[in-house]
Design a protein around this ligand. Structure first.
Ligand SMILES: Cc1cc2nc3c(=O)[nH]c(=O)nc-3n(C[C@H](O)[C@H](O)[C@H](O)COP(=O)(O)O)c2cc1C
Ligand code: SF4
Ligand code: SF4
Length: 402
């Protein structure tokens, strides 16, 4: 059976499936339920130190203070969330953690939010002393009540670096940075020496439009989670940091619903995968099926360790440069050729060709190699797959019998 062990910096994990910070980890009851299903780690709901907890929500969302807990509306495969602050400040979490951490099989990681440099440092120290096995700094939350503060969830790489550096030198446990999904932020966190970087789509995506009713499918772009949009944006983020992933642990999040999504994230370069909405919608037993599905997949495809599988899709992706460099080599040398037996004479190829290089004559398409640019468009569009691209050099040689 494949070995699912992986790491967050020097913190060893039994498997790469992490319950990310949020509603599903905001009470001791929820944390115990998650632990029973054997995740690689659990990240406790983010919170702030006492004096900052009230400073954040009270002035900007007074009607949500002091009970700024989550409330949910179902939205297709995800949830629409309102509120969602931790019911406890970090002081209360630290008190609970110190008494209970030893009862957990999975490593418990603290998630520290703050609105000042001192708040991040104080919160991280407090949670380390209470027994947290690692600290994840929340540096990417879309809640508007964090925005006015410089040392908070803003998108300033210099500030991100400063916060990460200050916390790294204040604690001994591994430190992760959950950042806005931009490679400049990843570079800033890496320069600060954090042990892992959590990046991905996050609960931010713009909803599709229902064209029939001319309405957005969901009423807002904020706080949407668990959709395929998130998964795609996480792929994008992983590709954008792929040069850094050789020596940095990336923990991907955003849209992981099942083992297949987890496998894709790892193939794109993640060392671990954080999921949340799927547990809120289907329950924590998904952790078991994610572990099992991932291990079976690895066995089937010959990946004996997560490290062997990590990033292995990347060399198979063409970059923009690959495409641009390849194009001139094909120009005029590779042309369309019609297999007449398969052609229905529908004329789509003639419609789409910008070079007037293919015409339907007597019900059959005929390509003109002297005009064809080998762009491939008619081949993609032909409904009966009657067109192929042929290398003119090979055609010339085979006609000449060489
Ligand atoms: C209700 C709710 C509350 C959340 N609260 C936090 C939080 O306190 N800290 C944090 O880092 N992420 C928080 N998140 C984000 C999740 O950890 C996760 O990164 C995000 O939902 C994307 O992953 P998913 O598509 O698997 O849900 C929250 C998400 C939800 C749905
Ligand atoms: S699109 Fe295909 S089937 Fe239609 S005319 Fe062109 S070659 Fe024939
Ligand atoms: S490959 Fe491009 S240029 Fe050539 S016939 Fe098809 S559409 Fe026209």
């Amino acid at each position: 059976m494949a070995d699912l062990k992986t790491r967050l910096g020097n913190l060893a994990l039994d498997n790469p499936i992490i319950v990310s910070s949020g509603y599903a980890t905001e009470t001791p009851h929820a944390l115990r339920k998650a632990d029973a299903f054997g995740p690689g780690a659990i990240i406790i709901k983010s919170s702030l130190v006492d004096e900052e907890y009230s400073k954040v929500v009270k002035p900007y969302a007074p009607h949500l203070y002091p009970s700024c807990r989550g409330a949910f509306t179902s939205c297709e495969d995800g949830l629409l969330v309102t509120g969602a602050m931790s019911p406890w400040s970090l002081e209360l979490w630290a008190e609970w953690l110190a008494k209970n951490v030893d009862g957990f099989h999975s490593p418990l990681i603290a998630s520290v939010a703050a609105v000042s440099l001192e708040g991040y440092v104080k919160g991280a120290r407090m949670m380390e002393q209470a027994g947290a096995k690692g600290v994840e700094l929340l540096l990417a939350c879309p809640a508007p009540y964090f925005r006015p503060f410089k040392y908070s969830m803003n998108a300033e790489p210099k500030v991100t670096q400063e916060i990460c550096q200050a916390v790294k030198s204040a604690v001994k446990v591994p430190v992760g940075a959950k950042i806005a999904p931009m490679s400049v932020m990843a570079k800033a966190a890496k320069a600060a020496g954090v042990d892992w970087i959590t990046l991905g789509g996050g609960p931010l995506a713009y909803p599709e439009i229902d064209l029939e009713t001319v309405q957005p499918r969901l009423p807002t772009g904020l706080f949407i989670c668990g959709t395929h949009v998130n998964k795609m944006s996480t792929f994008y983020c992983l590709v954008s940091v792929s040069k850094m992933s050789a020596d940095t642990h990336f923990s991907a999040h955003g849209g992981a619903q099942d083992w297949k999504d987890a496998a894709e994230f790892i193939l794109y370069g993640a060392s671990s995968v954080q999921a949340h909405a799927t547990f809120m919608v289907k329950g924590f037993s998904v952790i078991e099926s994610m572990r099992r599905g991932l291990a079976e997949y690895m066995d089937k495809h010959g990946f004996s360790r997560i490290e062997d599988m990590r990033g292995s899709i990347l060399p198979k992706l063409l970059t923009f440069n690959d495409l641009v460099e390849a194009y001139p080599r094909t120009k005029g040398k590779i042309v369309a050729l019609v297999d007449e037996a398969n052609c229905s004479g529908c004329g789509i190829c003639e419609d789409v060709c910008a070079y007037d290089a293919i015409h339907v004559v007597n019900g059959i398409a005929r390509a003109m190699s002297d005009r064809c640019e080998g762009c491939n468009l008619c081949i993609v569009d032909c409904p009966t797959k009657a067109i192929v691209l042929k290398n003119t050099e090979l055609m010339r040689r085979s006609a000449a019998g060489v």
